[in-house]
Design a protein around this ligand. Sequence first.
Ligand code: NDP
Length: 241
Amino acid sequence: MGHVVLVTGGTRGIGAAVSRSLHAAGHTVAANYASNDAAAAKFKEETGIAVYKWDISSFDACAAGIKQVEADLGPIEILVNNAGITRDAMFHRMSVEQWTAVINTNLSSLFNMCRPVIDGMRERNFGRIIVISSMNGQKGQIGQTNYSAAKAGEIGFIKALALENAKKGITVNAICPGYIGTEMVQAVPKDVLEKSILPLIPVGRLGDPDEIARAVMFLVDDKEGFITGASISINGGQYMP
Ligand code: NDP
């Protein structure tokens, strides 16, 4: 039987691949996004998946957005916290705005999104929460003190939430992708990508968003109630924590 699923940042990149896979498997999907109306409209047109616009760095916006999704589609049973941003700079040049934007969007959004849905999941004794973290939260990355801190914080978050809800049929897991070929990575200059990034990936290529989506599909399965508090690395062999 299909579940009601909410995917943050579900209209582009990894999130879009996740939304499409869940939809194809018969789940009722809501795809959230922040500001790119054109991409969201195209995605909705192509897939028929409902799209919802709000900023996940705002608790009030998340509470209102989730209320609307639940009124339209029913209680959220699966939550995929995928949306994230980068604002890279060496720490000695990083502005408070770059720091705050990344922490609020990537890390505080987990409080903002999970807090409104957790009571319902606990009452129904079922839930699947996935966080798309990052290899750079596991190993650190130059120019990304903000991002690495947020992504490492996400891993701590899923472990604590998994423990609190283990007896309630709720699993909470993270996926830590390496370099995946989305617009986020396409923003990296071509020569940096070819000279400095690809040579570090043992598999010899970028990952595909569908390779992340397939791991999400596995973790959200009703039968996978024993996998919780896990961080799954999908990085072409680049980092083995
Ligand atoms: P993209 O930049 O391709 O897409 C990001 C999505 O998140 C968009 O739908 C965007 O909405 C949405 N979003 C951004 N900020 C907000 C916000 N404040 N509120 C709501 N939605 C927001 O990203 P990727 O697909 O590359 O990345 C997805 C996740 O995977 C991120 O958490 C990222 O950190 C992580 N990741 C990515 C890797 C990669 O190599 N690509 C590697 C490791 C981790 P809109 O369309 O409106 O802009």
